[in-house]
Design a protein around this ligand. Structure first.
Ligand SMILES: Nc1ncnc2c1ncn2[C@@H]1O[C@H](COP(=O)(O)OP(=O)(O)OP(=O)(O)O)[C@@H](O)[C@H]1O
Ligand SMILES: [Mg+2]
Length: 584
């Protein structure tokens, strides 16, 4: 598992190998350049100053300046290359996750909180930013500085080098201990961030605000948020503290290293000609060693805590849609007019519904002939919307088939199906944009005349022209600057612009007064002759004139026929009719 993950992370970097080689080369170059400094220093102390040679001092000083300039230039090249690699990786991860989320089916979204998804795309991938952009480069820098300094130290004096190495076990011990703590905390932290942003997204949405205010629960919401925020603060605090004591003790140990060297030099190796220049150069190298060692420790910790983030991102990349696109999609014959929809013995149960009764539909067989107008009625929860979702393939049946002009909808591409079958759902969604932009979501190249044609049919054109900004008026978040009926009519106009051959209205006119509803349906019939229309409604007025009416109950079609036939027999429909009749 861990191995697989590292392979996958390595796989992300693979396409960028040329830049990585460049980064490695600049880093190695910079380290090689930097370690010449102590040797120049030793020459100044041991030769130039005792020998009173100002020319040599100037030359050596010039060398030191050249070293500083060269390493600064190399650092710029390296930082640029690292940033490019890191940003490209982040970009491709973001896009890969988003694209996979678009592939996922509706069932995933009915299960998952929206805030959770946002955190993974925005939060987790951004969390990887430092690891992807700078950590890799800094890691190579640290390692190569350490190697270079060690080599230089050995060249200066191998015995003093051995003395310095007492630090290594301390270093390893600290790294391992803190790493474990940090990795666990990183996972917990992301969960808390998700929980908080889910809560914000839910409670501060329009529907959430209405809910909170109308139930007088606003203060409780704030209290709940306080708890979530406190949880997060605790975790952040622990994460910040983790390893602080360890790195502090590490710094104390490293700070005392030069003293160790002076002692060793005086008491042990003095007779062997360790010059002052060597000792000064050596301790200078040691300080040069301390910061890469320290940053190595930090980087290892960072890399380890990022593993939890990688896991969360990979999880999302690995999600498989339950409603999959066909491998080789079939074409539908072209048709401007209506199409046939057939339900053949279709059963469907929601995977999340472990209830024994209800939920989904059971053994439905319905034949909707091209160009016909078909109504679905029935008690609430009887499965009408579920049938609509199966026609638009938001779900796949567990048994049986849904056929469009004889082709199983599972064999059609999403685009083909969406072009042929359009739906206005019970709870239509408008984007926070202008009316025209919302309409053009259905058809980006639609002309103003086409927009007006659709709106006229949907009985909303006049209303729009009376708005100060007309078609450029912004509808607000989810369209909440409009009334329920205006939102519905706008959604209908949007669908008409797409002009599919099968039109499904799931309670799409429920918020309209009966007069407007009748006018709208009559306009559709006249303006779009021959389209197949499926109308789901509770109000019988909307489906009264349908060619066939199917009555549903508990996931099954229990009666079918036209209004006259159904009204004339004793059954569900007659019952509904009697209940809806207004008696004086
Ligand atoms: N995502 C879901 N997960 C689990 N069960 C669901 C889901 N969606 C709907 N159901 C259940 O499936 C059944 C049929 O729902 P459906 O939405 O098809 O009813 P409907 O006939 O459209 O009702 P209404 O007239 O109230 O819109 C209901 O019992 C409902 O609780
Ligand atoms: Mg419904």
């Amino acid at each position: 598992m861990a191995n697989l993950r590292s392979k996958r992370i390595a796989g992300l970097f693979r396409p960028h190998w040329k830049r990585l080689v460049l980064i490695g080369a600049t880093v190695a170059g910079a380290s090689a350049v930097t370690i010449t400094n102590p040797f120049l220093l030793r020459e100044i102390l041991d030769t130039a100053i005792p020998g009173q040679r100002p020319g040599l001092i100037s030359l050596l000083a010039l060398g030191m300046i050249a070293v500083a300039v060269a390493s600064a230039l190399l650092a710029v090249v390296q930082a640029t290359a690292s940033a490019v690699v890191g940003q490209r990786l982040m970009h491709s991860l973001r896009v890969a996750v988003y694209a996979n989320m678009q592939r996922l089916s509706l069932d995933f979204y009915t299960r998952t909180k929206a805030g959770e998804i946002q955190t993974r795309i925005a939060g987790d991938i951004t969390g990887l930013q430092s690891v992807l952009t700078t950590t890799a480069g800094q890691l190579i820098t640290a390692i190569s500085s350490i190697v270079a300094s060690l080599v230089a130290m050995v060249v200066l004096d191998w015995r003093l080098t051995l003395v310095s190495l007492v630090i290594v076990p301390v270093f390893v011990w600290i790294g391992r201990r803190v790493g474990r703590v940090r990795q666990n905390l990183a996972g917990v932290k992301q969960q808390r961030v998700s929980a908080m942003s889910s809560f914000v997204g839910e409670s501060l949405s329009i529907s959430g605000i209405i809910l909170g205010k109308s139930f007088g629960r606003t203060q409780d919401m704030t209290k709940q948020f306080t708890e979530l925020s406190d949880d997060l603060a605790q975790t952040e605090f622990k994460a910040a503290l983790a390893g602080r004591w360890h790195s502090a003790s590490f710094q104390m140990v490293t700070a005392s290293l030069p003293i160790l060297i002076y002692w060793s030099a005086i008491f042990t190796f003095t007779g062997d000609g360790v010059s002052v220049g060597t000792i000064v150069a050596f301790t200078a190298l040691q300080t040069q060693l301390v910061w890469p060692a320290n940053s190595l420790l930090r980087l290892i910790l960072e890399a380890r805590s990022s593993l939890a983030l990688f896991d969360r991102v990979f999880d999302y990349l690995d999600l498989v849609p339950s409603v999959a696109e066909p491998r080789s999609p079939r074409d539908l014959p072209r048709s401007r007019a209506g199409r046939r929809i057939e339900f053949r013995d279709v059963s469907f149960t929601y995977s999340s519904a472990e209830r024994t009764s209800g939920g989904g539909v059971h053994r439905v067989s319905v034949d909707i002939v091209p160009g016909s107008k078909v109504g679905f009625v029935g008690e609430t929860g009887s499965g009408k919307s579920t049938l609509a979702m199966l026609m638009t393939r938001l779900y796949d049946p567990s048994e049986g088939q849904v056929l469009l002009d004889g082709v199983d909808v599972r064999e059609l591409s999403r685009e083909t199906l969406a072009d042929a079958v359009g739906i206005v759902t019970q709870d239509p969604y408008l984007l926070h944009a202008s009316i025209a932009e919302n309409l053009r979501f259905a058809r980006p190249d639609a002309t103003q005349e086409q927009l007006e044609w659709a709106c006229q049919m949907a009985q909303i054109h006049e209303f729009i022209t009376e708005l100060p900004d007309g078609y450029d008026s912004v509808v607000g978040e989810r369209g909440y600057q409009l009334s329920g009926g205006e939102r519905q009519r706008l959604s209908i106009a949007r669908l008409l612009l797409k002009d599919p051959s099968v039109i499904i209205f799931d309670e799409a006119t429920s918020a309209l007064d009966t007069l407007t509803e009748t006018r709208l349906l009559a306009a559709l019939e006249a303006g779009l002759p021959g389209r197949t229309m499926v109308i789901i409604a509770h109000r019988l007025a909307a489906i009264r004139r349908a060619d066939v009416i199917h009555v549903m109950s508990q996931g099954q079609v229990v009666e079918s026929g036209d209004h006259g036939q159904l009204a004339g027999q004793v059954g569900e429909y007659a019952g509904l009719l009697a209940a809806s009749a207004i008696r004086p």
